[in-house]
Write a protein that binds this ligand. Sequence first.
Ligand SMILES: Cc1cc2nc3c(=O)[nH]c(=O)nc-3n(C[C@H](O)[C@H](O)[C@H](O)COP(=O)(O)O)c2cc1C
Length: 367
Amino acid sequence: MSQPTKLFEPYKLGPLTLPNRFVMAPLTRNRAVPPGMVPSPLAVEYYAQRASAGLLITEASQVSPQGQGYQDTPGIYSKEQVAGWRKVTDRVHERGGRIFIQLWHVGRVSHNSLQPNGGAPVAPSAIRAKGKTFVNNFFTDISEPRALELSEIPGIIEDFKRGTANALAAGFDGVEIHGANGYLLDQFAKDGTNKRTDAYGGSIENRAKLMLEISKAVAAEAGAERTGIRISPVTPANDVSDSNPQPLFDYIVDHLNALKLTYIHVIEGATGGPRDVAPFDYASLRKRFKQAYVANNGYDFELATKVLAANEADLIAFGKPFISNPDLVERLQKGAPLNAFDKATFYGGGAKGYTDYPTLEAAEAAQ
Ligand SMILES: Cc1cc2nc3c(=O)[nH]c(=O)nc-3n(C[C@H](O)[C@H](O)[C@H](O)COP(=O)(O)O)c2cc1C
């Protein structure tokens, strides 16, 4: 039985009308085709199967070869990648969907074997992340990074701009800047990873500078109404931490608001882990940002319904539930059971655990 909920109500996001409040969260699946890191034909099917979501956000896609940190993740810097993504966006649009691409630079979360000429991954400061990346089909220690030279920063902003232009050429409805989960922009913002003494380190203003400069550049290219950003104020993902995240993210969100980005996508708590990992006042971000607030992390039907009813968010991003339920929207609308997900097929592989999760209709027909 369906309960009264705002989840199935339409929402106007900039120029787009979303038929419901479901966002498919960005989900890395490591199935792009090397050496060009082009989305595979299976990705066309995978995203098209999920087109009933109000908005799809693709897996994180590197804006440059340097921005890659795991094997077989797709890029958005070459002609071949644009052509590959065009097939995805065409099929999603044919199925009546809307899709943004998540623009990614991993910073220090990488491995020499993935970097141009086997070089060191780049970071705000030369501090190695305790953690693993996924290369040659194994989880491997993250490599020792080097600190970016001040003179290299404009090139990174340029990579995000070019990624945005490519995304528009590939037919995306908009872009999401990956500012979360301990990747480059989050590494710059947080004081555990940023020990710089130049204009990009030290004060909150300086540490937030790269995220805000990239937001401005991307919005200038795509239009602010087609630009969103993902942030994760307190996540410990990829070994990041900040000594005082509330004023840092209050400042960031005030400035994102001034840029009139179309949404902030907030991972509340530890990504994929406890929502209450550290105290943080998300309502403060909600109040500061006048466009859409997309909430994520551990949401189910009940929590989504409650948060939308309390006007604490406009849209809800679901991650793992969308991996195993291509028809998540229809299933929740009918109060039908959800397919369980299989962690073993999250990262890498083929159709198994990717495009073969049945819709309710297919499951019923098979009985
Ligand atoms: C397999 C997998 C891949 C992920 N890849 C990304 C990614 O590419 N970009 C990103 O911002 N978050 C990524 N995440 C985090 C999810 O978007 C989401 O924040 C997390 O799963 C919590 O939401 P959920 O409880 O609805 O699953 C990934 C999570 C999983 C499980």
